[in-house]
Design a protein around this ligand. Structure first.
Ligand code: KG4
Ligand code: ZN
Length: 372
């Protein structure tokens, strides 16, 4: 929508973007409005339907179940997002969709839906990198929706972004919109994946991040030591060794050798031992990403630091960063940290506003292994 206000001849560009996200187990659609990019975006709606409950008994996401759930949920979720935003298709200026990284079958549902809508509703389409979009959740600054506590200003460039989720652990330096350098990333498991696996070892519910965080409150974070991986790449991470060290420690605590099957561990550990494992693991995993964030802060002197992705909802991560960074971080509402459609719409809004390349609605393909 373009408004030309006379007589002062102020040209106000106002655009509404609809974002679709289906890369993992959340079927999500969010709608945002952009009018003054420096002031941030208005969140109009953020509908998320998770199939997490269906995966919980397996201790991780089952790709086939996730894809089937997306097929059932995608249209109702988009309709709910439009209704909540009080926006009609005529008022939507562009569609943005996650095309990677993620689970192939899940991404396909979102991309094919977005392509069909872009063609039938005659809207431009933007292909969105899921990990980059996590950072853009921090550009949502106002809303009339209830129960959201949004950050009040947009991150200033240059901005150091720590992206920590179930699929990713990355440190990225953004010089400006669309101009960034990947400083480092995990060489094996993502930090959220490690939380989920340690939860499985200790018999805590999936997803592991919140359940480990809760259990850790009753434990001693220095009850024993766990190793931090030494990496060749200055800003790279590794979490698979830490997960194995937790497994060995759990076997030792219950007086078994390393042949003791991990599936029998939850019953063999008492509650105090589980709490100590959760507390020590959480401290070491979070310290690992905080150490590198501080190192990158010292090297690049960014104006702002943002955290993004599901693990950014961790109170322990927030506490450690607050204690060790010389600048304040503007924390986003935790509902916008885990996977959602608003962050996809947010990056789409900046792309549309700044006339970035559009995707071809007839040919856009998924890219499950997309990197930054
Ligand atoms: O960003 P996200 O919703 O999905 C991916 O793109 O992966 O992140 C999900 C991950 C899970 O591994 C979950 O255990 C973790 O985020 N997580 C947390 C918290 N809430 C979710 N980790 C630590 N503390 C939390 N409060
Ligand atoms: Zn994510």
């Amino acid at each position: 929508m373009i408004n030309v206000q006379c007589p002062s001849l102020v040209i106000l560009l106002e655009m509404i973007i609809l974002g679709i996200e289906t890369s993992c187990d959340e079927t999500a659609c969010g709608i945002v409005r952009i009018s003054s990019p420096d002031a941030g975006l208005e969140l109009l709606s953020n509908s998320v339907l998770s199939s997490m409950d269906l995966h919980a008994k397996y201790g991780g996401v089952i790709p086939e179940i996730a894809a089937r759930s997306h097929i059932e949920a995608i249209i109702p979720v988009i309709e709910e997002a439009l209704t909540t935003a009080k926006v009609t298709w005529d008022e939507v200026d562009a569609i943005a969709v996650t095309y990677g990284a993620g689970l192939g079958g899940s991404l396909l549902v979102g991309v094919m839906t977005a392509r069909s809508l872009a063609i039938t509703k005659d809207k431009p389409l933007y292909a969105i990198n899921h990990v980059e979009a996590h950072v853009y959740a921090n550009f949502l600054t106002k809303t009339e929706l209830k129960d959201y506590n949004l950050t009040d200003k947009t991150p200033a460039f240059p901005c150091l972004a720590l992206i920590v989720s179930g699929g990713h652990s990355q440190l990225v330096l953004f010089r400006n919109h669309f101009d960034y350098t990947l400083l480092g990333q995990t060489q094996d498991d993502a930090i959220g994946e490690a939380f989920d696996k340690v939860a499985k070892i200790t018999g805590l519910p999936y997803p592991g991040g919140p359940s480990i965080g809760k259990k850790a409150m009753a434990g001693n974070p220095h009850a024993f030591s766990l190793p931090k991986a030494k990496m060749a790449g200055k800003y790279d991470f590794s979490f698979s060794g830490l997960k194995t060290a937790v497994l060995r420690q759990a076997q030792e605590l219950c007086g078994q050798d390393f042949t003791f099957p991990s599936k029998n561990l939850p019953a063999a550990l008492n509650e105090a031992q589980k709490a100590d494992i959760a507390a020590v693991f959480q401290r070491v995993a979070i310290e690992t990403v905080v150490d590198k964030t501080i190192q990158a802060f010292e090297e690049f002197s960014p104006t702002s630091v943002v955290i993004a992705g599901g693990v950014a909802a961790s109170p322990d991560l927030r506490r450690q960063l607050k204690e060790r960074l010389p600048i304040d971080i503007n924390y986003q509402d935790p509902k916008l940290m885990t996977d959602n459609g608003a962050m996809i719409a947010a990056l789409g809004a900046y792309k549309h506003y700044f006339s970035q390349p559009k995707a071809d609605s007839y040919t856009l393909e998924i890219n499950p292994n997309l990197s930054m």
